[in-house]
Design a protein around this ligand. Structure first.
Ligand SMILES: *Cc1c(COP(=O)(O)O)cnc(C)c1O
Length: 370
């Protein structure tokens, strides 16, 4: 289906086109100066010591799991309300997902329920800054410390966000961003590992590059089981250009969000998000009686008008693989399931025009009345 107003669109200007074009004129398409500079700028943005670029956010999460030696049978406490890779990353290593239900206001993991889920096999708490809203890092840090657990921040959706004066991407033992095209900034495909721990950084730097030694040595000599998770030079140059425009991009996204908040503020059937530092998506929550099938009808109504909306997210524990592999069922995480049944992501990007936002809002108000 071709939508008049798509769900998302990357914010690409001439600066990006030129930067990528410049790389193509050189013969250095991988392992060149652009990835080095991109990493340096990302470490500055998140205020951490080390950044290792990867070719996806998923790859970045996987390497952190490997760096922490998570092994088969280990348990990882995480949220069921997220994009699938925040769980897949440790299931790759045969660790077991232990989901903890979410807070119905913030949609983030409910830290008051974490300690009950800890067992002798628990190794890690992996929390997600869902939709750009930071998780409850103060309590997450306290609980991780008290129980000697590793802590990972999946900040794929919160580039540039802050929590109590600290930057998202700086919490826990290590964190990630993603640069998939629907994220705040993009490299086409890409991600980054962010950490203050030199051991984790060194492991990741070698492992993105086939397990090679960090310097010296033969090109075809591999000291550990590595991967090809490298970010190429074109993507890195694109990322640098996006970071140069970072405040402009974020201001445009904020402007879009403010229009929505204004156009939709009087609609009693909707609960709107609180203002954010870093808007990833614009997700509205329908009143309970509009959940489930009604929600899907609202999305179809919008689609007929050429407006792309989406349920955001389906609970991870109810995804086919997770049900089959781990035996999760409906009712396991009732808050998550309730929220997942009545949230809708509206078209959201910086170049969305005022009239388009008004058009989406008007149609949404009609849809909830039907
Ligand atoms: C986008 C995203 C990722 C990583 O996605 P990639 O497409 O692999 O870059 C991980 N976690 C969350 C919560 C995400 O939204």
């Amino acid at each position: 289906m071709n939508f008049k107003i798509p769900l998302s669109k990357p914010d690409i200007s001439e600066l990006e086109a030129k930067a990528v074009g410049e790389v193509l004129k050189t013969s250095r398409l991988s392992l060149g100066p652009n990835v080095v500079e991109f990493e340096k700028r990302l470490a500055q943005l998140a205020q951490v010591s080390y950044a290792v670029a990867t070719n996806s956010g998923t790859a970045a999460l996987h390497l952190i799991i490997r760096a922490l030696n998570i092994a088969p049978g280990d348990e990882v406490i995480t949220t069921p309300f997220s994009f699938i890779s925040s769980s897949n990353c440790f299931v790759y290593e045969k660790a077991k997902p232990v989901f903890v239900d979410i807070d119905e206001k913030t949609f983030n993991i409910d830290t008051t329920k974490i300690e009950k889920a800890i067992t002798p096999k628990t190794k890690v708490i992996l929390a997600v800054d869902v939709f750009g809203l930071p998780a409850d890092w103060e309590n997450l840090e306290r609980i991780a410390k008290k129980h000697s657990l590793f802590l990972i921040e999946d900040s794929a959706e919160a580039i540039g966000a802050e929590y109590k004066g600290r930057k998202c991407g700086s919490f826990g033992n290590a964190a990630i961003f993603s640069f998939y095209p629907n994220k705040q900034i993009t490299t086409g495909e890409g991600g980054v590992i962010l950490t203050n721990d030199k051991k984790i950084a060194d492991y990741c730097r070698s492992s993105v590059n086939q397990g090679r030694k960090l310097e010296g040595e033969e090109w075809l000599w591999h000291e550990r089981l590595g991967y090809n998770y490298r970010l190429n030079e074109m993507s890195s140059a694109l990322g640098i250009a996006q970071l140069k425009r970072f405040s402009e991009i974020m201001e445009k996204r904020d402007r879009t969000a403010q229009f929505y908040l204004d156009f939709l503020k009087d609609e009693p059937a909707l609960e709107l998000p609180d203002p954010l530092h870093s808007w990833f998506v614009f997700v509205v929550k329908l009143e309970r009686k509009l959940g489930g099938e009604k929600r899907d009808q609202i999305i179809s109504y919008m689609a007929e008008k050429g407006i792309q909306c989406r349920p955001y997210f389906y609970p991870i524990h109810l995804q086919p693989f997770y049900r089959n592999e781990f035996g999760f069922n409906e009712g396991d995480f009732p808050v998550c399931e309730d929220i997942a049944g009545r949230t809708i992501a509206l078209p959201f990007f910086g170049d969305l025009q005022r009239e388009e936002i008004e058009f989406v809002s008007k149609n949404l108000k009609e849809a909830v009345r039907l």
